[in-house]
Design a protein around this ligand. Structure first.
Ligand code: ATP
Length: 369
């Protein structure tokens, strides 16, 4: 079993603001990140991910709780202990922590070593190595403004690995890059991790990026941890509707349970052809990923094609189900025309209580305010 590298125990951060009153940005965060792991903190804007990372980095104090790095306490609200960022053995690439425009590539990368008063020949050697690993060799005397976005991002990466840190904190490090470059940099980041063996804590609101890069992910909403698991488990076994909807496409249908059958709201005559989970409430939310809904000629719930949209690699249909509508995508070889009758079958749907729907409404309401 790998060693615990980063540990948060009951970490809470409350901001007192003039206009919004108290904001609990991070509410009782408890988690561990293991040596060599790539761990993402994922969630919508305002969920507290940057605040959590800033507390690990040592830029922010804690309202409550403790943070440990390699078993050593580095932040503690109780004992008012705060090890400064430069003594935490961390590399950081923050979105707002861009490269210095007035320093050339060499000086940008050498900076953390100069702060540590490393001698000249050692600086030369370590900067050369960091530049080699980030494909920047030869650009030592060039200024960042003469380089592309991807190269500038590499300078930030080189600067963060030059001290050979145990942990890398990355806050949306790829967000300013175009999609193709993002993918390349993602790959390069994993390569660097493999070579150097550091632990990564990666903050993002982009679920596909987090899924591609992470060993495990933490999904947060409104300052609270919703679920921590592998990308596969989060996708296949989301704990609630929020996690389900945040990680990939889904359809949610409100269903009424009666005599062991599930009926779509608005049609209590035609049951859906699905097994009802034990202990189901009278009303439930049934969730299905697009690849778990089948459109056919017979069997399942009988309906008709309301709208047909041709997409490049598949066809999308909108079909009424009770008083709701459902989007279904099929490969082009399965075709229905507008108005044609069809049947819908749900393969192993997931079930959530309706209170979750209220929570979702509340979340949306808060974001609107
Ligand atoms: P984003 O993706 O938009 O950066 P985030 O998930 O990283 O969002 P945080 O930046 O951690 O969220 O902010 C969480 C909450 O804490 C927000 O409601 C924010 O307004 C509040 N907050 C963050 N920093 C401060 C601060 N210095 N003073 C007051 N409130 C703050």
């Amino acid at each position: 079993m790998a060693q615990v590298q980063v540990q948060l125990k009951h970490v809470t951060k409350r901001f007192v603001t003039k206009t919004l009153g108290d904001v609990v940005a991070v509410d009782d965060f408890n988690f561990e990140v293991y040596e060599g792991e790539c761990f993402s903190i994922l969630g919508p804007s305002g969920c507290g991910k940057t605040t959590a990372l800033r507390m690990i980095a040592g830029f922010e104090d804690l309202t409550e709780g403790e943070i440990y790095l390699s078993g050593r306490p580095v932040s503690s609200s109780r004992s008012n202990l705060y090890v400064p960022p430069e003594e935490r053995d961390l590399g950081m690439v923050f979105q707002a922590f861009a490269v210095w425009p007035h320093k050339n590539v060499f000086e940008n990368v050498a900076f953390p070593l100069r702060i540590k008063k490393v001698n000249r020949s050692e600086i030369e050697r370590r900067v050369a190595e960091a530049l080699r690993h980030t494909s920047l060799t030869g650009l030592e005397r060039v200024f960042p403004s003469d380089l592309s976005g991807g190269q500038q991002q590499r300078i930030a990466l080189a600067r963060s690995i030059v001290t050979n840190p145990k942990v890398m904190l990355l806050d949306e490090p790829l967000s300013n890059l175009d999609p193709q470059l993002r993918e390349t940099m993602r790959f390069e980041l994993k390569e660097l991790q493999r070579k150097f063996g550091f632990t990564i804590i990666f903050v993002t609101h982009d679920q596909s990026e987090a899924m591609a890069i992470s060993d495990r992910m933490l999904v947060a909403d409104m300052g609270k941890i919703m679920q921590i698991d592998t990308p596969e488990n989060l996708y296949n076994k989301p704990i609630n509707r929020f996690v389900h909807s945040f990680l990939g496409e889904s359809t949610f249908l409100k269903v009424i349970i009666r005599d062991g059958q599930a009926y779509p709201e608005g049609d209590l005559e035609h049951p859906l052809d699905v097994p009802v989970p034990q202990g189901a409430d009278r009303e439930m939310i049934m969730a299905s990923r697009p690849n778990a809904i089948e459109l056919g000629a017979a069997g399942g719930y009988q309906t008709h094609i309301q709208t047909r949209i041709f997409l490049t690699d598949r066809t999308e249909y909108v079909v009424p189900i009770g008083n709701q509508t459902l989007k279904v995508q099929t490969p082009h070889r399965i075709t229905f025309s507008q108005g044609e009758s069809c049947s819908v079958r749900f393969v192993e749907p997931m079930w959530y209580p309706v209170e979750d729907e209220d929570a979702e409404k509340e979340r949306q309401r808060r974001q609107l305010i």
